[in-house]
Design a protein around this ligand. Structure first.
Ligand code: TRP
Ligand code: SF4
Length: 330
C-alpha cells in the first residue's frame, strides 16, 4: 500500500453485548491504527444484530449505546473516523434490496456461516429470509461507501469473497460502479476465557473491557491454568495454559519469556504469574475506564456523536445510490 494513497475502510460490529479482551487483542488496535491513515467508516450493525436477535430486539438500542461508549473510550475518534449506526442510514436497506435482485440463491445457500450459526445457536430460529440475506446486507454495507479495504477476522473471509463476487456481477450486469473490496485480515490471537474454552460472550467466560479492576482480578485469579500444576512444586507448560494466552496478548515479550521459564521450572506460583497480566491489563484499561465514566455520564453526547456520524455516512451513501439507480435505470 502506498504511503500517500488514502483508502476507504469499512468495518462493522454487531451490537449484541459489551466488548471483551478478544476485541482488545484483535480488531480494536487495528481499527485505531487505520483511522490515522485512511478514511474509515465504522458501523454498529443493528440490522445484522436483529437478524439473529429478533426475539430480543429491545436489547439492541442499549447495546448500540454500549458499543459506542466502548469504541469512543478505547480511542476511536469521531474527528478521524465516521462512527455510525447502520439502521440510521436507510440507503443500506435499499442497496440490499437491489443487490438481492441479482444474487443467485445458491450463492447464499452455500455460505458456510449460514449453516454454522444455525447449528451453533439451536435455540434461535435462523432459518429466515433475513438471515439468509446476512451477507447481502454486509455487502451493501461495504459497497455503499465504495470501500477498498475491509478489516475483519478470518471467520469473515467467505463473506468478503461473496462481496467481491457480487460487486463484479453488479458491474457486469449494469455499469462499473463498485470497486472490488479487499479483505484486510486481522490477526486475532487465540484468547481463552476463564473456563479454558475460547473467549466468547456466549460461553459466559469473557473478560469485558468494562469490567472493573476488581472483577478482572477475580476472574483471572480463578481462571483455568495448565492442569499439570496441581501443586506449587509441579512444573507447568505455558503453551498448554489458558491463562497464558492472556500473557501472550497483553504482557511484553521479555517479561513473558521470564514467566514461561519460571513456569517450566516451577519457580513461580500461578497466582504470581497471573498477577503480571492482571496488572498489565489494569494499566492498559485505566485510561479507557476514565473515558468510559465520562461518556456514561454524558449519554446525550454519545448519541450526538453517532448522529453526526450517521449524517456523514448518509451523505456518502446517497451519492453512491444516485449512481446505482442510474446504472440500473430506475
Ligand atoms: N458480519 C460481521 C461480523 O459478524 C459484521 C459486519 C456487518 C461487517 N457488516 C460488515 C464487517 C461490513 C465488515 C464489513 O463480524
Ligand atoms: Fe499458567 Fe503461569 Fe501457572 Fe504456568 S505459572 S500454569 S503459565 S498461570
Amino acid at each position: 500500500m502506498s504511503e500517500a494513497k488514502k483508502q476507504t475502510i469499512l468495518s462493522g460490529m454487531r451490537p449484541t453485548g459489551p466488548l471483551h479482551l478478544g476485541h482488545l487483542a484483535g480488531a480494536l488496535p487495528n481499527w485505531l491504527k487505520l483511522q490515522d491513515k485512511h478514511e474509515c467508516y465504522y458501523s454498529i450493525v443493528t440490522w445484522h444484530a436483529l437478524s439473529s436477535e429478533y426475539m430480543n430486539s429491545q436489547a439492541i438500542r442499549n447495546n448500540t449505546f454500549e458499543m459506542a461508549v466502548d469504541w469512543l473510550s478505547i480511542g476511536l475518534d469521531p474527528q478521524k473516523s465516521v462512527l455510525f449506526i447502520q439502521s440510521e442510514v436507510k440507503e443500506h436497506a435499499e442497496l440490499h434490496l437491489l443487490l438481492s435482485m441479482i444474487i443467485p440463491l445458491p450463492w447464499l445457500q452455500r455460505v458456510p456461516t449460514f449453516k454454522e450459526m444455525q447449528n451453533n445457536l439451536p435455540d434461535k430460529d435462523l432459518n429466515t429470509y433475513g438471515f439468509l440475506g446476512y451477507p447481502v446486507l454486509q455487502t451493501a454495507d461495504i459497497l455503499i461507501y465504495k470501500a477498498n479495504l475491509v478489516p475483519v477476522g478470518e471467520d469473515q473471509a467467505y463473506h468478503l469473497e461473496l462481496a467481491r463476487e457480487i460487486a463484479r456481477r453488479f458491474n457486469r450486469i449494469f455499469q462499473p460502479v463498485f470497486p472490488e473490496p479487499q479483505m484486510l485480515l486481522t490477526e486475532v490471537p487465540k484468547l481463552a476465557g476463564t473456563d479454558g474454552r475460547k473467549m466468547s460472550k456466549s460461553f459466559g467466560n469473557a473478560i469485558f473491557l468494562k469490567d472493573s479492576a476488581e472483577v478482572i482480578r477475580q476472574k483471572i485469579s480463578t481462571m483455568v491454568t495448565d492442569t499439570r500444576r496441581k501443586r506449587r512444586t509441579d512444573p507447568g507448560v505455558p503453551e498448554d495454559c489458558p491463562a497464558f494466552t492472556l500473557h501472550k496478548a497483553f504482557v511484553a515479550k521479555e517479561i513473558r519469556a521470564e514467566l514461561a521459564k519460571s513456569c517450566l521450572t516451577a519457580s513461580i506460583g500461578c497466582l504470581d504469574c497471573k498477577k503480571v497480566v492482571i496488572e498489565a491489563l489494569i494499566k492498559r484499561l485505566s485510561p479507557y475506564w476514565e473515558k468510559r465514566k465520562y461518556y456514561e455520564q454524558n449519554p446525550n453526547l454519545v448519541w450526538d456523536i453517532l448522529e453526526e456520524g450517521n449524517q456523514k455516512a448518509r451523505t456518502a451513501a446517497q451519492k453512491t445510490m444516485t449512481e446505482v439507480r442510474q446504472a440500473i435505470g430506475i
